[in-house]
Design a protein around this ligand. Structure first.
Ligand code: PLP
Length: 372
């Protein structure tokens, strides 16, 4: 009964850690990729008001006009170009936008270039849609290498996916990284899909996007992380009228529309000053980076709320098991990678818990290395 296509996709390794977590009492949970603050009250009120006001029916497939206008207005100010209403769709999370985008562009055998380490969905969704994910290794510094990327491109390449700030590394692309990707894309006339869900969490300097330097870019934007509304399923995509038009058509036959009351709430969210959230996570980033940098090999995360330390010696799976046995939940690197040399920490916990986690990891890595 179950299709081969569906069987091809393995269930996320993160879920396995979640299941383990459910069995451990009071774990230090570094496994969850969502903010530890709650949706701000004004945004909750806007959602409740929208429900009371009767905004509970289908909206336009592409989303309510007020929200689309606001997104286009903000994007036209934030990026070095002007956008219009034909270029935006409201999606059910960035996940929804990614699904619609890949459905719109992949024919069987088409290739999508993905940088390793990668957000889990890129590879699996591509394979689910009969495409091929071509993996470009970016270890150990996570930078984009022009020559490696160029070598990964073929006549079947439909898109290059960029994700900055990155899940799982927290790495933020420099202008040189963006230039390398844009150069290859321009030379080959390839679409760039830029997953910018963590653009609200950049700690050193300003967020930059390939869309500032190249027209053939699909921006995937999110509300989940910036406003801690991961369960509300809100996102958007900005791109060429042709691609957005196709995504709208496919949304009609799949998600239908993003959740109606939360579209109104998202509109209210866009009025919020998100600086305090960024500042809180910048402090946590500093705390955990300073706390662990001597014990592990770490590229200092410039954004998001992840860190992807490598062990100086030994096998990561054994280390992750040891950490979990000490109630510290982290995710082994091979969930996000073809390699298994690193592990992911999501530092979305209270500062006290963060400090306890740092102490335990420092203690057990010594024990672990002594055993080797
Ligand atoms: N893209 C990246 C890089 C993510 O880390 C996530 C969630 O973890 C998503 C997309 C999906 O987010 P959403 O909740 O908007 O579907």
């Amino acid at each position: 009964m179950i299709s081969e296509r569906s069987k091809r996709v393995d269930s996320s390794g993160i879920r396995k850690v979640f299941e383990l977590a459910a069995k451990i009492e009071n774990p230090i949970n570094f496994s969850i990729g969502q903010p530890d603050f709650d949706v701000p009250d004004v945004v909750k009120e806007a959602a409740i008001q929208a429900i009371r006001d009767g905004f509970n029916r289908y909206t336009l497939t592409q989303g309510i006009t007020e929200l689309r206008e606001r997104i286009i207005h903000d994007a036209s100010a934030a990026y070095h170009k002007k956008f219009d209403l034909s270029q935006v769709i409201i999606t059910s999370g960035v996940s929804g936008g990614l699904m619609l985008a890949l459905l719109s562009i992949i024919d069987p055998g088409d290739e999508i270039v993905v940088f390793d380490p990668y957000f889990v969905m890129y590879k699996h969704l591509t394979h689910l849609l009969d495409g091929k994910a071509v993996i470009v290794d970016t270890y150990p510094d996570f930078k984009i290498d022009y020559a490696k990327l160029k070598a990964a491109v073929s006549p079947r390449t439909k898109a290059i996916i960029l994700n900055s700030p990155s899940n799982p590394t927290g790495y933020v692309y420099t202008k040189a990284d963006i230039d390398a990707a844009v150069k290859v894309a321009k030379e080959n006339g390839i679409l760039i899909i830029s997953d910018e869900i963590y653009d609200g969490f950049v700690y050193d300097g300003k967020f930059d996007s390939p869309a500032n330097y190249y027209d053939n870019v699909l921006i995937l934007g999110g509300f989940s992380k910036t406003y801690a509304m991961t369960g509300w399923r809100m996102g958007f995509a900005i791109g060429s009228p042709e691609l957005i038009g196709q995504m709208i058509k496919l949304q009609q036959y799949s998600f239908v529309c993003a959740p109606s009351p939360f579209q109104y709430a998202a509109l209210a969210a866009l009025d919020l000053d998100t600086e305090p959230f960024r500042e809180a996570y910048r402090k946590k980033r500093d705390l955990i980076y300073d706390g662990l940098k001597d014990a592990f090999d770490i590229v200092k995360p410039g954004g998001a709320f992840y860190m992807f330390p490598a062990l100086k010696a030994g096998d990561v799976s054994s280390f992750v098991e040891l950490a979990i046995s000490h109630k510290v939940l982290v995710i082994p690197g091979n969930v996000f990678s073809e390699k298994n040399t690193n592990f992911r920490i999501a530092f979305t916990v209270e500062d006290d818990e963060l400090k306890r986690g740092i102490d335990i990891l420092n203690r057990i890595v010594v024990e672990f290395e002594n055993r080797i």
